[in-house]
Every structure is written in C-alpha cells, then in structure tokens.
Design a protein around this ligand. Structure first.
Ligand code: NAD
Length: 297
C-alpha cells in the first residue's frame, strides 16, 4: 500500500509547496525539507513533518525532489552530502524538477549501482495547477516503477503519462518548452507585422484564433501582449533555464535546434533589460523595441 510508505519531498518553492500540501491532504505521511525555514514551517503547519535532506534519504521509502535545475538535483542526490550516501536498495527516487535529461540519466545510473530506482517526472501547468492538483506529469523510467507510483503522482496532477525510459520525462518537457517559446516568438512577430502594416492586431487575433494558427499559447498570450501585461505566469529566467537544457541536450545528441537558439537569444536580451522575472510573453517587447510600436495600443 502506497499510503503506508514514508514520502519525502525536498524543495518547497512556488511549485513544491502546494504539491506538498496536496500530498498531506491525500493522507500521505510526508517529510519535507527546504533551504527556506518559512516554507518548511508553512507546510508543517498543514500536517507534514520537518526533516533534513539526510533524514529524508535515510528514512523515506520514496524521495521526491522539486528543485530548480540539474546542478541542484545532482548536488542533493550525488554531492558530498548527497542522499546516495545514505539511501539503500529498494528505495525510489522521483525527480519532479525540470532538468536536462542527460543529467537524469547520469543520476539514475549512479543510483542504480545501489539498487535505487528512479523516475524523472517533470510537470507542466505552473502554480495554479500545482495548487489545484491538476498538473500534467511527463514521466520517464521503468514501466513497473511507473505503474507502482502513478497513483502518488495523481495526487498532484490530473494527467500522468509515461513517455519512455529514464530521461524521457525531461526530454518531453524540453520539447514542450521549445514549442511554447517558438510559438510565443512567432505570435509576437506576427502581431508586430500586422500592426506595422496597418491592421489592428486585436482583429487579427479574432480572425485567426479558430484556424490552424490558433493555439493555447495564442489564446493565453496575445491578450497579454496587447494589454502590455507581463505579470508572470511563467518567468523569462525559467524559460532561459529550460532552453539552455534544450541546447545542451541537443548538442549532446546531435539534434539541430536553430529555432530554440534564436528564441533563447531574444529571452536573454530581455533578461539583460531587467525582465528576467517578467512573463515569457514579454518576448513581444523585443519586437516593440525594434519597431517603436506598442502592440495593440
Ligand atoms: P523555486 O525556485 O520556487 O523552488 C525551488 C526550491 O528549492 C526553493 O524553495 C529552494 O530553497 C529549494 N532548494 C534549492 N536547493 C535546495 C537544497 N539543497 N535542499 C533543499 N531545498 C533546496 O522553483 P519552482 O518554481 O518551484 O520550480 C521547481 C521546478 O519546477 C523547476 O525545475 C521549474 O523549472 C519547474 N517548473 C516550474 C513551473 C512554474 O511555473 N514555477 C512550472 C512547471 C515546472
């Protein structure tokens, strides 16, 4: 029975905190850790138990992480005081962070030497869906381990899909992030073109959103661009992190990703303009700067 297992969660940030609360709400015996005491206290106030990373590694049957990126996950798992030093055969590690799939495979290979199974299980959906427990999980790892722990992930998400062996979850997440970034850039470029050519971008949006060019990105981001609203949403700095992982992964597997590289340069320019914490729809501001217009205003 999954509910009889001790679950540990390391990383209580924007995403990890509501995910931890949903695990507690579902009745799991949850141990939590974060560098920020106030985040730990908040989740303990909801019924979780505070622990150190080491205690989680020693005591929990399942170790979950929700950390920023590959270096943090590697440090927590494989570093000098890494959990690998205290974990033992039979325990399971599920990394829910969005990291480089090459790193997922490296971590899994080290853990396998001690008989520790791993799934990479990044999510899409952001904070609102983490709160509602309606995240989408993209999972890599052995089928039997996936089957055993799918129910645990369903506590935090409404869709849990196995995409293949270890690393497949993060590869899928990178594909998602590449498509989203290029979509946003194409949208910003097209609305700028329309306005410069004398056509109201609001009418362009109305006319094309139901056609082949229409998308979830268009419906969410076109209104934001035209209002000049860049409140996140999904921050530019996080998307830069994901596209760095796209480029790293692409270089190591020999896949050409010129569109990702171009979107990354636009995002990096925005970061340099002090927009790292803005929503990624602020890619529109790159085109506004080049043309001197304000899209839709
Ligand atoms: P965050 O920066 O808010 O949270 C990360 C947490 O990890 C922080 O609270 C930090 O203190 C903690 N941490 C770092 N090192 C630690 C250590 N050694 N021990 C214990 N705790 C440690 O990030 P987030 O927005 O919650 O995102 C987490 C992951 O989920 C990232 O990979 C991100 O790309 C991904 N993601 C985020 C969103 C989003 O909308 N925020 C959406 C989908 C996926």
């Amino acid at each position: 029975m999954l509910k009889d297992k001790k679950i540990g969660l390391i990383g209580l940030g924007i995403m990890g905190k509501p995910m931890a609360k949903n695990l507690v709400k579902a009745g799991y015996d949850l141990y939590v850790s974060d560098l920020k005491k106030e985040s730990v206290n908040e989740v303990v106030g909801c019924g979780a138990k505070a622990a150190t990373n080491k205690e989680i590694g020693e005591q929990c049957d399942v170790v979950l992480t929700m950390l920023p990126n590959s270096p943090q996950v590697k440090q927590v798992m494989l570093g000098a005081n890494g959990l690998i030093n205290v974990m033992h055969s039979g325990q399971v590690f599920i990394d829910m962070s969005s990291i480089n799939p090459v790193a997922s495979k490296e971590i899994a290979a080290e853990l396998a030497k001690k008989g520790i199974e791993m799934l990479d299980a990044p999510v899409s959906g952001g904070e609102p869906k983490a709160i509602d427990a309606t995240l989408s999980f993209m999972v890599g790892g052995r089928q039997e381990i996936f089957d055993e722990y799918k129910e645990l992930l369903e506590t935090m998400g409404s869709s849990v899909t196995r995409c293949g062996d270890i690393g497949a979850g993060n590869t899928t997440k990178l594909a998602n992030q590449l498509i989203v970034a290029c979509n946003i850039q194409a949208l910003a470029e097209a609305l700028t073109l329309a306005q410069k050519a004398g056509v109201d971008p609001h009418l362009v949006f109305e006319a094309i959103k139901g056609g082949l060019a229409g998308s979830t990105v268009m419906n969410a981001k076109a209104p934001m661009m035209m209002e000049g609203n860049d409140a996140p949403g999904f921050r530019i700095d996080l998307h830069i992190k994901d596209l760095n992982n796209v480029l790293d992964c692409a270089h190591s597997v020999g896949a050409p990703v010129p569109m990702a590289a171009e979107a990354q340069e636009v995002l990096q320019w925005l970061h340099n303009q002090g927009k790292g914490a803005a929503d990624h729809s602020a890619m529109a501001q790159y085109y506004e700067k080049l043309t001197g217009i304000k899209i839709g205003r």
